[in-house]
Design a protein around this ligand. Sequence first.
Ligand code: CA2
Length: 166
Amino acid sequence: MAALMHAKPVYVLNGPNLNLLGAREPHVYGHETLADVRRRAEAAASRVGLTLEFRQSNHEGQLIDWVHEARDKGAGLIVNAGGLTHTSIALLDALQAAELPVIEVHLSNIFRREPFRHHSYVSLAAKGVICGLGAKGYELAVEAMADVLAASAAKGGSAAAGKTTP
Ligand code: CA2
């Protein structure tokens, strides 16, 4: 789809412990740091005409506050909620209230891991989920978000998650 510059940024929110990327558990999460992931996501965004607000926090409330901020100031949300993916009804509530398209990303394939990682609360608010492709997943999420926003703009409507069709 054509790259149209979007006025509002896409929020890319990263949850607990993702600041440790590259330093620990490279067999699970790879060798790239979160700064590397950010560079890749921002390069993808500039190719498709999006800008990003790329953030990380170890605190559930901070992530929820950023979702609230995105509700007013953002065009969409790309979310890797880390371990909160599997526990946080509060974050799910915020994502559903945001009425923005949400794309969920995980570096690892959560379905090849422990059973407690197989359930995601975030997925209940997500238009799509990308997992197991490492940092590449963030690039793909940015590209997919550009398509979702362009399709919504073409329909002349809001890109709210519940208001889009596949
Ligand atoms: O695969 C993903 O992206 C996860 O969201 C990462 C979370 C995990 O709880 C999810 O089940 C799947 C953990 C992020 C912690 O990242 C670390 C990175 C390096 C060393 C230790 C943890």
